[in-house]
Design a protein around this ligand. Structure first.
Ligand code: ADP
Ligand code: MG
Length: 144
């Protein structure tokens, strides 16, 4: 288990952290995104997906729950599970194929499906600070 922290003062700096982070991702990685509305989860994901070679515009998949993209080297699955109310909803979209596949998953609002997450995940938390536009980003690696 290891932990990295960053303080950013605008979305561009958050994007830069996400870009760096994306460079370390491997097939099968699951990135769980935490943080209140507007904290920057989607901003972070957009930059990370771009760095992974996704050329399509990335929008928050709030209504579809998941959106699938092709990166340079691997598929990338972007989840927003804000509207998931039961595990049944997740089974319906076939989440296992994504979680246990060869792509990389990004899951916004991962705390809502915590019971379905495997032991080894990467947790990215974005938090507000006292300064407007400042965000504290914590990246934690769990499991081995
Ligand atoms: P979430 O997906 O967590 O709801 P979004 O990424 O959609 O959040 O929105 C974050 C908002 O906060 C954007 O409007 C962005 O411009 C703004 N913002 C201000 N400062 C920052 C920062 N340091 N990092 C990320 N976003 C920031
Ligand atoms: Mg979002």
């Amino acid at each position: 288990m290891s932990k990295n922290e960053f303080l950013t003062t605008n979305p561009i700096e958050t994007a830069a952290v996400a870009e760096d982070f994306a460079g370390s991702l491997k097939p099968g990685d699951i990135v769980c995104m935490y943080g209140d509305l507007g904290a920057g989860k989607t901003t972070f994901c957009q930059a990370a997906l771009k760095a992974l070679g996704v050329e399509e515009q990335v929008t928050s998949p709030t209504f579809t729950i998941i959106k699938e993209y092709m990166g340079r080297a691997l598929p990338v699955y972007h989840f927003d599970v804000y509207r998931v109310h039961s595990e049944e909803d997740m089974f319906e979209i076939g989440y296992e194929d994504y979680f246990f596949g060869k792509g990389v998953c990004f899951i916004e609002w991962a705390e809502l499906i915590e019971d379905l997450l495997p032991e080894k995940v990467i947790r990215v938390s974005l938090g507000y600070t006292d300064e407007e536009d400042e965000r504290k980003i914590t990246i934690e690696y769990s499991g081995d």
